[in-house]
Write a protein that binds this ligand. Sequence first.
Ligand SMILES: NC(=O)c1ccc[n+]([C@@H]2O[C@H](COP(=O)([O-])OP(=O)(O)OC[C@H]3O[C@@H](n4cnc5c(N)ncnc54)[C@H](O)[C@@H]3O)[C@@H](O)[C@H]2O)c1
Length: 350
Amino acid sequence: MTPPSHLAYVPFISVENMMRLIHSIGIETMLRELADAIEHDFTRWPLFDKTPRVGSHSEVGVIELMPTSDGDLYGFKYVNGHPSNTKQGLQTVTAFGLLAQVSSGYPVLLSEMTVLTALRTAATSAMAARHLAPKGAKVMAVIGNGAQSEFQALAFKAVVGIEEVRLYDIDAAATAKCARNLAGSGLKVTPCQSSQEAMEGAQIVTTCTADKQYATILTDNMIGDGIHINAIGGDCPGKTELHRDILLRSDIFVEYPPQTRIEGEIQQMPEDYPVTELWQVINGEVQGRTSASQITLFDGVGFAIEDFSALKYVYQRALKTDHFQQLDMIADPDDPRDLFGMLHRAGDAA
Ligand SMILES: NC(=O)c1ccc[n+]([C@@H]2O[C@H](COP(=O)([O-])OP(=O)(O)OC[C@H]3O[C@@H](n4cnc5c(N)ncnc54)[C@H](O)[C@@H]3O)[C@@H](O)[C@H]2O)c1
């Protein structure tokens, strides 16, 4: 059989190569660079194609497709969210994604995105906090100590300057795992027995729990003046983490309102409830934090542009290394209109 031409090959980043890439860059450097790359694309927000992600819901979870384009490159991510998966030894969130040239429609990258999603979510959260958290914040509570938690902690250390994380999870084994993984990171790690205890002395709280229901991870009495709330676990219809009273006291910042109104904490509020789009804060069009006593809430659900930025970043970084493979993924007949002939000749050669 004739070997495929170079047009057939698409660079592929496996989980193994993604981990090699992260270690070669250094995780905190990569989180900082990702935060900058995502922030840069937020400044270009108006030129991107935007649509709420397409979700296929079941009783146990959701499978979603997240597309966008900046007119030069097109990207999409496949991602699931299945909160009860961990009981069967499976992850709550898995993902992969693709980047393609708009000019030809040909893919330029296929990549694992389970690890990359954890990095981009943490980088986005920390980037938002850079604009919204109180100045000089040093202590963060992390409620929910599963797969995302260490990435969140390290991103807030690298991007915001957090020095202590106070951990709480309903499952003490998850907190122990998170504390173990963060030992030696340079963060002071304080395991706690309740959300209330985790909030003591914290200027920032990250909620990253997984439950397919309206949960109340934080109640109003736990949130003092001046706190920044980074709520990322409420990211699906019927799945929230904050008591409604907290939303009433907060200034709420979101990625893409048409998606967040379906999936975020604000699904608890009327459809026209006032929110601020984060990209406008980043562009200086609207103010972020305006006073030391203001409660700011980043109602983060994860938007396609963040995945696009992350894919573009690893595309630029990985292709300068050997941390990728070439996949024979695009059929490439000698005559572009003779796809059948290519198949036919392959049968003769077999
Ligand atoms: N916004 C985004 O961009 C984004 C991206 C990735 C994941 N997520 C969401 O973040 C959440 C966490 O993801 P993960 O991969 O870490 O999930 P995970 O299942 O690995 O961890 C979730 C943890 O939350 C804990 N938990 C559940 N209910 C709790 C409660 N009431 N109080 C304290 N802890 C509780 C669980 O014990 C578990 O350890 C999920 O809901 C996921 O859908 C959001």
